[in-house]
Design a protein around this ligand. Structure first.
Ligand SMILES: Cc1cc2nc3c(=O)[nH]c(=O)nc-3n(C[C@H](O)[C@H](O)[C@H](O)COP(=O)(O)OP(=O)(O)OC[C@H]3O[C@@H](n4cnc5c(N)ncnc54)[C@H](O)[C@@H]3O)c2cc1C
Length: 288
């Protein structure tokens, strides 16, 4: 529980919510799964976001818009998101939190506070997701940049309102690979790849890694090694090596720096091979 909590607000307009979160000691609350057990003594007031009408998943011109109070379980069950992610949303959501937590935890709360190994953040990063937030004026930025600047942005009092998952411009093919201690445990390291194809050429490759830095990150050099090329076993080896090379992962009780770095290479390779196993991949180069 929050020992110094004195005030609970439940605004029904965005304007009101943005104004209410400004004073020091006041924070937004989504599902409360992380905030309430945190026992944070600095929290004196909470702004409940559930009355703002931010629970939705809808198709817009730019892609799939997901409101900030949409729960992880609603995302897992969305046929549209399953189709867009080739089913990976369900796997990533299951690996992020248990069934009970998924029904409560919101995607806004996860973007605000999700951990360095979060499979759902890693998936959203590979999808080039855009974050909309108010700080206090409306701003949009790629999730990659948001996670980099998250501490500063949220410290100044920001409200995340929406994510947008862009539609692919070409034929999209995805792959995901992870290692965990037990089948229900959160991954120690995970890799998600989204690729877009024109014939046998990969025109766009996004590779995201969780569990290898202080936040989920993109492997930009590896992406460059794949784009504009036909894939061969050598190209895949090179990309996997480039993804792992610059990493300096943290060590904790679940995995050492060396283990996480070695797994990053193995898992990027596996995720790329998953892409090649897709039914509608032309030619299936390098896939056995
Ligand atoms: C004990 C426990 C430990 C967990 N540990 C982890 C972990 O290590 N890694 C992990 O990835 N997940 C973890 N989770 C899962 C957790 O449920 C989610 O990571 C998520 O952060 C919680 O979402 P929520 O909506 O419940 O957030 P809340 O608990 O409501 O809020 C979490 C934080 O995000 C802020 N926030 C919420 N919504 C917004 C918004 N729209 N805009 C701006 N700020 C917002 C809150 O002010 C608060 O600081 C844990 C859950 C539990 C119960």
């Amino acid at each position: 529980m929050l020992p110094n909590l004195q005030t609970y607000h439940r605004p029904t307009t965005l304007e009101e919510a943005i104004r209410l979160i400004q004073p020091p000691g006041t924070v937004p609350i989504g599902g409360g799964t992380l905030l309430i057990p945190s026992r944070d003594p600095a929290v004196e007031a909470v702004v409940d976001l559930s009355g703002l009408g931010l629970t939705y998943i809808r198709e817009e011109e730019t892609g799939w818009a997901v409101g900030a109070t949409t729960t992880l379980q609603q995302m897992l069950e969305s046929p549209a998101l399953r189709e867009r992610t080739q089913g990976l949303i369900a796997e990533a959501a299951r690996l992020t939190a248990s069934r009970n937590l998924r029904g409560q935890a919101t995607i806004g709360g996860i973007v605000a506070a999700g951990g360095f190994e979060s499979p759902i953040l890693t998936l959203l990063l590979a999808l080039d997701t855009i974050v909309t937030f108010y700080a206090p004026e409306r701003r949009q930025m790629p999730l990659d940049q948001f996670l980099r600047e998250r501490g500063d942005i949220l410290r100044r009092g920001a409200l995340i309102t929406e994510l947008c998952i862009p539609q692919p411009t070409g034929l999209s093919r995805m792959g995901m690979a992870f290692v965990n201690r037990t089948p229900r445990d959160r991954p120690i390291v995970c890799a998600v790849v989204e690729t877009q194809w024109a014939g046998e050429k990969c025109v766009r490759a996004h590779i995201a890694l969780g569990g290898v830095a202080e936040r989920p990150i993109r492997a930009r050099r590896a992406e460059e090694a794949l784009q504009g090329r036909e894939w061969s076993p050598e190209v895949l080896d090179q990309a996997a090596a480039l993804a792992a090379e610059p990493l300096n992962p943290p060590t904790d009780f679940r995995g050492s720096r060396e283990y996480r770095r070695a797994m990053a290479r193995v898992l990027v390779h596996r995720a790329l091979r998953e892409v090649l196993k897709s039914d509608n991949m032309p030619g299936n180069p390098g896939c056995d």
